[in-house]
Design a protein around this ligand. Structure first.
Ligand SMILES: [Zn+2]
Length: 408
């Protein structure tokens, strides 16, 4: 059965995000990125520059850098079948751009001319860059991480700084071969906020989301094979026979509504999702331009060790509204908004043609309730319509949850 829903693209999570969206683009050597990058040997040597722990204006004094390094590596090691071999070194500069590195995967924050090169122009505001070297088979031989020496990092949530552990956890994902995630709120989402927005710390990306875990397990397998993993191989076409090229597809755990994995559909309409825990999922799809309504593609059951096939033809229904931003306290952003268990929130939504009288807000999670008919409209100028609604999260506080709210 295909049920239609108009998605408001509002993702709620325990995430803490900033209004300032900062993109960091991984540098996949000088050749175009090939799919399926991975380290051939799963014991991965990684060298941390002493510039990270020596007095440096880019790191706030008293920061627990060594603890943050250990936890960032642990986050990935505990879920995937990989092991890091860590050394500390006096080396300061990463390998220059080109097809061959120097053989050392270095993490550094030293203000050397070689390192500063990657933060020229518009890149001056980003938190970090990772440069990955790999061969034609996609086998990674080296990956260097440069934390932006023009920025300041901390581990205590100091306002105006980047959280060192959150940034490093994200960059380690690139070092392992991951690209950015389409899931808002995933550690591997390209947007990262500084500490201090909404008076909160930006600690959430320290913890991997289900999406990050599935993505890394799809490459290296799970550390513990208990309930993992199955896969979905599918193809989505439109009613006119064309491929659903560039659409975003995501899976939510049927029982909880939690977003577990997301992916962009390939140009030929195909997709392959691996690393999924054996469970029932509800599948959703939406075009990335948001001109059409989101669609519920029904439920699918994933079995351990098996690939489930999914073929669907979808009929698009145009919609006349577009929710582009969400937030709290009158602040709007294109990022996830943080919600905690047992609390009520006034969530703001902004976009085009959002008339609360025509909308009904719903949620796919049994833990979240939305009070309809309790909308407040605001005047943010002619370009955008903004309203707020009340939302309560009664879910347990274990781990990070991502939910969708939708409008019908
Ligand atoms: Zn990134």
């Amino acid at each position: 059965m295909i049920r239609q829903a108009k998605f408001l693209s509002v993702l709620c999570s325990l995430l803490i995000f900033s209004v300032t969206a900062i993109a960091d683009a991984p540098l996949f050597a000088e050749v175009s990125k090939t799919p399926g990058l991975r380290w051939k040997k799963v014991t991965i040597p990684i060298a941390f520059s002493n510039s990270l722990i020596k007095t440096n204006p880019a790191v706030r004094p008293e920061s627990d850098i060594q603890g943050a390094v250990r936890r960032s590596l642990d986050a990935w090691e505990t879920v995937a079948n990989i092991d890091f071999q860590v050394i500390w070194t006096d080396k300061l500069s990463v390998s220059p751009a080109g097809n061959a590195g120097d053989g050392t995967s270095l993490v550094t924050i030293a203000q050397t001319p070689e390192n500063l090169l990657v933060f020229g122009g518009e890149s001056a505001e980003i938190s970090a860059r990772t440069r990955v070297f790999f061969n034609r088979k996609g086998e990674i031989s080296e990956a260097d991480i440069i934390l932006n020496p023009y920025q300041q990092f901390s581990t205590d949530g100091s306002a105006g700084t980047f959280d060192f552990e959150s940034t490093l956890t994200h960059e380690i994902g690139h070092l392992l071969g991951l690209d950015h995630s389409s899931i808002i709120g995933a550690t591997m989402n390209e947007h990262q906020g500084k500490n201090g927005i909404f008076n909160l710390s930006s600690f959430s990306p320290r913890t991997l989301s289900e999406d990050d875990i599935s993505q890394i397990r799809a490459i290296y397998g799970a550390r513990d094979e208990d309930d993992c993993c199955g896969a979905i191989d599918g193809k989505i076409s439109l009613s006119n026979g064309k491929a659903a090229k560039g659409f975003n597809l995501w899976l939510e755990e049927s029982e909880t509504g939690r977003v577990v994995l997301g992916s962009k559909i390939n140009p030929d309409g195909s997709f392959l999702l691996k690393g999924l825990p054996a469970r029932k999922y509800q599948i959703y799809i939406q075009d990335s331009a948001s001109n059409f309504s989101g669609q519920d593609l029904g439920e699918i059951e994933i079995t351990k060790g098996r690939t489930t096939n999914l073929l669907r033809k979808i009929i698009l229904s145009p919609r006349n509204f577009d929710a582009q931003f969400s937030g709290f306290n009158g602040q709007l952003s294109n990022l996830a908004v943080p919600i905690n268990s047992g609390k009520s929130y006034l969530i703001y939504v902004g976009g085009k043609n959002l008339n609360p009288e025509d909308l009904k807000i719903g949620t796919t999670s049994p833990f979240i309730t939305v009070s309809n008919g309790n909308f407040t409209k605001y005047d943010y100028g002619k370009e955008i319509s903004v309203f707020s609604f009340e939302n309560k999260n009664s879910g347990g506080n274990s781990g990070r949850r991502l939910y969708d709210l939708f409008a019908e």
